[in-house]
Design a protein around this ligand. Structure first.
Ligand code: CFM
Length: 555
């Protein structure tokens, strides 16, 4: 592969140049030149430096928005000022279809206690109880969950005591989350808090027996833009029985009976690995990392799943589904490759997609020159083997680690150690995730918790053909004449999972990077050189000549 200009080391220097010494020392550890053979240590999951415009969200977002939000029939009350409820209302494009197990759907509602100053002073528990009773009166839900916002922790309202009291009084499941926004350093804390409470209050609560062969749970798939629907369809056609998804298109009953599955699939390692671990310890369910983003990755994941169960008929059916789907998608791949091959991409998203979506770009022949997560931990970058070496700081210590014991009745080992060893030999690794860095090119720049300044600088330096991020970055990036693909909500697109989703993605990216509109944009600083953005981009040794300035011959 051709060398990039500037090199990763030079780019890193440029990014760091502007910072005061102390800031530079910290950012130096978070901007890393990759070596896939021996991933270097990267600084991650530490506090964002005050004053820097980060992409990150809060613990409430990670709990209420991410892990809890996609469940349709858990009535979710935000205990806090109305803004927290209002701004978390339908902002994530998770979809759901009610069924006989979970016919209720509260997703389109926003429930809030609308905390006022008087509650901040005198306490909000009374209002919370009233809100729960009122919600119960109107909706008669089977489950109510309470999500805490910052003031709840600051004034000391005990949402768990209120939940216990209401559970008793109403005779339904009620539980709370201490997911105050300020917990931890990002939404990652909220994931952990959500995992803990789901594990304690939901998993194992159902009496029903799940019928079916090859029972699996899908962990860390949230049905953004309909992704879960595509994956569910693939499972069905291959012959797997999906017990529960955490938590895309999920209902309470599914999740409450999830301990009956014989395999946990982990899609988003960052947000749900705690659940996989706890279920393995308590019930003996092994987990495997999968990725249903990308055609090759989807085929690989399905094969691993079929091999895990080792049933000849299941393996044959899975192979037939893969063959059928690949036959449909290969022509689309070839078509977009003609126009996209060699184009440059950068991805700065969340805690797993910056890794997963690289597979789609690889399918298309595009080159990922830089990527990073907002809030992932070192294991998501370097692989799980580094977990014992991760320093636990005060921010992480604040998040509860729950002690999990083997369940004396329900624990059932699904595979013996010998069987696991045989599977490992056949390439079916259990309980492991190798992280993003081993899959990235040598010398690609890996940037943790990238900020707005660094994003703009990276665009100036490399002029990528597409920059993948979220709504906070989108219009800043596009004003620079570079298309921005939102990988959180897919803009208005998707599904992007599975084979069908991959085809959607290829087409959307093809359209985005090959439209002529970007050449017609004059960035504001080239129209009136107001000095805010530094020298014109054209003066910076363009990697793609004339990419960012109007060229009469192009029109
Ligand atoms: Fe997991 Fe997610 Fe992500 Fe995430 Fe998120 Fe999301 Fe994301 Mo936005 S759970 S870590 S906290 S894959 S909401 S569906 S897109 S940042 S990369």
């Amino acid at each position: 592969m051709s060398e990039l200009v500037p090199t990763a080391a030079e780019a890193k220097q440029e990014l760091l140049e502007i910072y005061p010494k102390k800031v530079r020392r910290k950012r130096e550890t978070q901007i890393i030149t990759n070596d896939p053979e021996a991933p270097p240590v990267i600084g991650a999951n530490s506090r964002t430096i005050p004053g820097i415009i980060t992409q990150r969200g809060c613990a409430y977002a990670g709990c209420k928005g991410v892990v809890l939000g996609p469940t349709r029939d858990i009535l979710q009350i935000t205990h806090g000022p109305i803004g927290c409820g209002y701004y978390s209302w339908l902002t994530r494009r998770n979809q759901t279809v009610p069924d006989e197990l979970g016919p209720e759907n509260y997703m389109m509602y926003s429930f809030s206690t609308d905390m006022q100053e008087s509650e901040i002073i005198f306490g909000g528990e009374k209002k919370l109880k009233q809100a729960i009773e009122e919600a119960y009166e109107i909706f008669k839900p089977r489950v109510i969950a309470i999500c805490s916002t910052c003031p709840v922790g600051l004034i000391g309202d005990d949402v768990h005591a209120v939940a216990r009291e209401m559970k008793e009084k109403l005779g339904i499941n009620v539980f709370g989350f201490s997911c105050e926004g300020y917990k931890g350093v990002s939404q990652s804390a909220g994931h952990h808090i959500a995992n803990n409470q789901f594990f304690k209050h939901v998993v194992g609560q159902s009496e029903r027996t799940v019928e079916g062969k090859f029972k699996i749970n899908m962990l860390g798939e949230y049905n953004i833009g309909g992704d879960s629907f595509v994956i569910e369809d693939l499972f069905k056609r291959c012959g797997f029985t999906l017990v529960a998804t955490f938590s895309g298109n999920a209902c309470y009953e599914d999740m409450a009976s999830s301990q009956q599955a014989d395999l946990n699939l982990v899609m988003c390692h960052r947000s749900i690995n705690y659940m996989a671990q706890m279920m393995e310890t308590k019930y003996g369910i092994p987990w495997m990392k999968v990725n249903f983003i990308g055609a090759e990755s989807t085929a690989k994941a399905l094969r691993k799943m079929a091999n895990y169960f080792g049933d000849a008929e299941l393996i044959d059916r899975t192979e037939a589904v893969i063959a059928e789907e690949l036959a449909k998608i290969t022509p689309v791949q070839a078509e977009v490759r003609r126009r996209c091959e060699g184009k440059l991409a950068m991805l700065f998203v969340g805690g797993s997609r910056a890794h997963h979506y690289q597979d789609l770009f690889t399918d298309m022949g595009m080159r990922v020159i830089s990527a990073g997560y907002e809030f992932a931990h070192r294991d998501d970058y370097e692989g799980r083997q580094v977990i014992p070496t991760i320093k636990v700081d005060a921010d992480s210590r604040n998040i509860e680690e729950i002690e999990v014991q083997r369940d004396l009745v329900a624990f059932r080992p699904r595979k013996t150690e010998e069987e696991k060893a045989l599977l490992a030999e056949a390439g079916v690794l259990l309980g492991d995730y190798e992280g993003m860095m081993p899959q990235m090119a040598k010398n690609a720049l890996v940037i943790d918790d990238i900020n707005h300044y660094e994003s703009e600088k990276m665009i100036e330096l490399y002029k990528p053909d597409v920059f993948c991020a979220g709504i906070k970055e989108k219009y800043v990036v596009q004003k620079m004449g570079v298309p921005c693909k939102q990988l959180h909500n897919y803009d208005i697109g998707g599904p992007y999972a599975g084979f069908e989703g991959a085809a959607n993605f290829y087409r959307d990216i093809d359209r985005l990077v090959n439209t002529r509109i970007w050449k017609m944009i004059t960035p504001p600083w080239q129209e009136k050189n107001n000095g805010d953005f530094g020298p014109p981009l054209a003066a910076r040794g363009p990697r793609h000549p004339a990419h960012l300035s109007r060229q009469p011959e192009d029109e």
